[in-house]
Ligand binder design. Structure first.
Ligand SMILES: *Cc1c(COP(=O)(O)O)cnc(C)c1O
Length: 394
């Protein structure tokens, strides 16, 4: 067998710290490496494989479209793209969708919408986008500028200008920035994912909505990680009952294929016109056919099962030895290790991997993003391994 690890290290850019595992196949919430060792996957490709590996409905939809028409330019209509856009609007009450290929692209679109809307409705100088400190919005130079974490910025100056960062959870700081800047929009995550699974409370999100109204700026929500059923509602902003103007999403939408979507509400639905934005692959029919099979299944009964599994995770972990706190919502969970037990989140994840369970980290927390349809028995098994590792002092 070829040494994949050596090959990868020789030829793939070293932008990732990889675990010492080469995955070759998966089924549901289980993945297998080169030697046939089985892992429970509690990260599902960072919230991407919404229904796990080789989900039969998704795979059928993809295969069917793949052998019919794999791609056409955006100069022609295709049914999967149009149907998916309709479904994404029906599920949210929003009016238009732009498709790209990633979360960063979905956010780029949101930012372009905000800038053009403000230019036409407020004046050219109203270009500032307010995001939150500790946020994550992507890796392109513009979405990096939106990302409120200095350490991502340092090596790549100058970034796109026109971004300022408010203290999360602090409405006074948001209002101060609205007064000090000529703002076009506010862009927030309902739960900061890469930032450490840090939920914004509903009162704060409603306060932000009110401020956006008062200062006449757009309210935009980054649902790249929290969307598509992940937190137990179709979109995470629905927990707070707010009505954003723009909602970006990606990750779990495609069930494992690259897609990003930027949804636009009533007052911004016609901001982007012909030639204002584009993407060669955006709205690809194979990817959209797969995404349709995902979103169609996120009905109320299914979302309830996501909430129940989330509650089960919290009940299983809260107050147990080695666990300092459990954060998040639905099947997006961050577990903070008790420092008295002497293990970092990274060390815990490494130990769990050796015991056959794949977790993620987010800052100083162990992050759980299992497939939304993970069987209870598999979930229980993964949590037992986590409790065993966290409850044992270093
Ligand atoms: C992952 C993520 C992104 C970036 O998505 P990519 O598909 O990697 O470009 C943006 N925003 C949030 C909240 C994310 O979690």
């Amino acid at each position: 067998m070829e040494n994949i690890k050596a090959l990868d290290e020789a030829y793939v850019a070293h932008t990732y710290g990889r675990f010492p595992v080469t995955l070759v196949r998966g089924e549901g919430s289980l993945a297998y490496d080169e030697e046939g060792k089985e892992y429970v996957d509690m990260g599902c490709g960072i919230a991407v494989n919404s229904f796990g590996y080789s989900d039969s409905l998704w795979a059928e939809a993809v295969k069917e479209q793949l052998t019919r028409l794999q791609h056409t330019s955006n100069l022609y209509y295709t049914a999967p793209c149009a149907r998916l856009a309709q479904l994404l609007c029906q599920r949210t009450g929003m009016k238009k969708v732009f498709f790209g290929n990633s979360g960063a692209e979905a956010n780029e679109c949101a930012i372009k919408v905000a800038r053009k809307w403000a230019q036409e409705n407020k004046g050219k100088e109203y270009a500032t986008i307010i995001t939150l400190k500790n946020s994550f919005h992507g890796r392109t130079l513009t979405t990096l500028a939106a990302t409120g974490q200095e350490h991502y910025h340092e090596l790549f100056q100058p970034l796109t200008p026109g971004f300022v960062h408010a203290e999360p959870g602090n409405l006074e700081d948001m209002e101060r920035l609205l007064k000090e800047n000529r703002a076009a929009a506010i862009l927030v995550e309902c739960i900061q994912g890469e930032g450490g699974v840090i939920p914004m409370d509903s009162d704060y999100l409603r306060g932000v909505e009110k401020l956006a109204e008062t200062y006449h700026v757009l309210l935009m929500v980054d649902e790249v990680q929290t969307g598509n059923g992940r937190t137990g509602t179709y979109m995470a902003y629905m927990h707070a009952g707010i009505h954003p103007d723009v909602v970006s999403t990606a990750k779990g939408l495609g069930g494992g294929l690259p897609i990003g979507a930027c949804r636009m509400g009533e007052r911004v639905q016609d901001v982007l016109g012909a030639g204002d934005h584009g993407s060669t692959f955006g709205g690809n029919p194979v990817v959209c056919a797969g995404a349709l099979s995902i979103v169609e299944r996120l009905d109320e009964a299914f979302l309830r099962s996501v909430r129940e599994k989330g509650d089960f995770i919290r009940q299983s972990l809260e107050g147990r030895p080695g666990v300092a706190g459990v954060f998040g919502r639905g099947l997006m969970v961050g577990v903070e290790p008790d420092p008295a037990f002497g293990k970092t989140a990274g060390e815990i994840v490494g130990e769990c991997l050796r015991k056959g369970v794949m977790f993620l980290t987010a800052k100083n927390r162990v992050r759980l993003l299992p497939a939304l349809n993970i069987p209870m028995e598999t979930l229980r098994k993964a949590l037992n391994v986590l409790l065993e590792v966290m409850g044992e002092k270093a």
